[in-house]
Ligand binder design. Structure first.
Ligand code: NDP
Ligand code: 2IT
Length: 445
């Protein structure tokens, strides 16, 4: 495969879609050898078919705010690849949402979902709606208007959306209520539902917990553990919360969290109260992390800065894409950081990843280390089909097994001659082979 030629053609077809092109480039570089060794992929034009979504649905969302003014947003659902199961992936509500961001997320989701070992294809959706400062009733009206357009395109066996940035339990509730009213059936069409109406225990915690379980597996390859390690986490949303909770529980000391306004450094580390307070901060819809330092005066707020300037053993970027660049990576390496596990999707730039790998850090890409969220969504779908509910312990045990299996798959496909595990190659190849073989089995469609 000529990666540059494919990239040139995609750039010409999709100019300016930089996040999408970045995600595709990383995967193509990783799978090049496997692709060339297996001419059946080229014969069936697997790459050309894989890099374009099956379909992109866009729609207008009109709704009325609390002042009685009409608001208009854009809505999207990208059904990227359905080779191994129904399209599956979150909805993102954030003003930065555009086609490039949703295509990158949908593309990543194909491989992530394949890694989970569960039967789920890849998809993503969302809106440029900004939840910041919105009241609960505004969120409800927006979510209802969004679902009015989306409902006929999704279903428990076709496409199963869930949460992502700006979409948590509250939003899933409003979305589900409208779906149920329109479809006139109570079904497992969304995941992340409340656990007394079809949701899975542990789904809120799953992404962050899974990320920490994956870090644990990585450390174990060096005979090491989380105990006593210092951790820098970015973000203060759902994933950051889960990661802080589990890392703390396992004996690590979480020194930072962050928001778009800057980061918090807490020299004492987070504890149960502080982790609970993260939920309050997030629910306030104000987009600022600074109030943490007023609530807990031992902490310091660094305005406009990123947590990667702190000396830590482990880094877990859990906010958003491309939030950790080359300079940040150098700083982490210079300060002796030994492991980076991505809770967010594509938070590290390609240059940052190169620095981690050249310095032989343990580095896990999100499609492996944050797969616990969608894996638990898959378990929610299984429970919905069974009309049964597993206990938190049962779900947690399954989640740990899945994270460990993903680690094994990464090591199988990503271990280099000197023993270094290139988790990027491992995750991309393991995910690709599964999806590509399914595409071959199903013919040219
Ligand atoms: P939340 O909305 O709960 O939190 C997102 C966090 O990132 C917030 O702190 C948010 O601050 C911050 N953030 C978002 N956009 C930006 C930006 N442009 N610049 C700076 N900070 C930003 O979302 P999640 O915790 O669910 O998602 C976080 C990451 O994890 C995303 O990359 C998501 O795709 C990924 N992920 C989520 C999963 C899930 O199950 N929820 C599963 C796997 C991955 P603010 O909103 O105030 O800007
Ligand atoms: O990026 C992700 O994996 C998610 N936002 C979770 C998707 C899901 O369907 O649970």
């Amino acid at each position: 495969m000529n990666v540059q030629k494919i990239m040139n053609s995609l750039e010409a077809k999709h100019p300016g879609e930089k996040e999408y092109l970045q995600a595709v480039h990383e995967v193509l570089e990783s799978i090049n050898d496997v692709y060339n060794e297996n001419p059946q992929y080229e014969a069936a034009k697997v790459i050309e078919r894989l890099v374009e979504p099956d379909r992109i649905l866009t729609f207008k969302v009109s709704w009325m705010d609390d002042q009685g003014d009409v608001q208009v947003n854009l809505g999207y659902r990208i059904q990227f690849n359905g080779a191994i199961g129904p399209y599956k992936g979150g909805l993102r509500f954030h003003p930065s949402v555009n086609l490039s961001i949703l295509k990158f997320l949908g593309f990543e989701q194909i491989f992530k979902n394949a890694l989970t070992t569960l039967p789920m294809g890849g998809g993503k959706g969302g809106s440029d709606f900004d939840p910041k400062g919105k009241s609960d009733t505004e969120i409800m009206r927006f979510a209802q208007a969004f679902m009015l357009e989306l409902w006929s395109l999704i279903g428990p066996n076709t496409d199963v959306p869930a949460g992502d940035i700006g979409v948590g339990g509250r939003e899933i509730g409003f979305l589900y209520g409208m779906y149920k009213k329109l479809a006139k059936e109570h079904t497992g069409v969304l995941t992340g539902k409340g656990n007394n109406w079809g949701g899975s225990n542990m789904r809120p915690e799953a992404t962050g917990f899974g990320n920490v379980y994956f870090a644990q597996e990585m450390l174990a390859t060096k005979g090491d553990s989380l105990k006593g390690k210092t951790v820098a986490i970015s973000g203060f949303g759902n994933v950051a919360w889960g990661a802080a909770k589990k890392a703390t529980e396992l004996g690590a000391k979480v020194l930072t969290i962050s928001g778009p306004d800057g980061y918090i450094f807490d020299p004492n580390g987070l504890d149960d109260d502080k982790i609970e307070y993260m939920l309050e901060l997030r629910a306030s819809n104000n987009d600022i992390v600074a109030p943490y330092a007023d609530e807990f005066p031992e902490a310091t707020f660094f305005a406009g800065k990123k947590p990667w300037e702190q000396k830590v053993d482990l880094a877990m970027p859990c906010a958003t894409q491309n939030e950790l660049n080359e300079t940040d990576a150098k700083q982490l390496v210079d300060n002796g950081c030994m492991l980076v596990a991505e809770g967010a999707n594509m938070p590290c730039t390609e240059e940052a990843i190169e620095i981690f790998q050249n310095n032989k850090l343990l580095y896990a890409p999100g499609k492996a280390s944050n797969a616990g969220g969608v894996a638990t969504s898959g378990l929610e779908m299984s429970q919905n089909s069974l009309r049964y509910s597993w206990s938190s312990d049962e779900v947690d045990t399954k989640l740990q097994t899945i994270m460990s299996d993903i680690h094994t798959a990464c090591a199988k496909y990503g271990t280099e001659k000197d023993g270094y595990v290139n988790y990027v190659n491992g995750a991309n190849i393991a995910g690709f082979v599964k999806v590509a073989d399914a595409m071959l089995d199903q013919g040219v469609i």
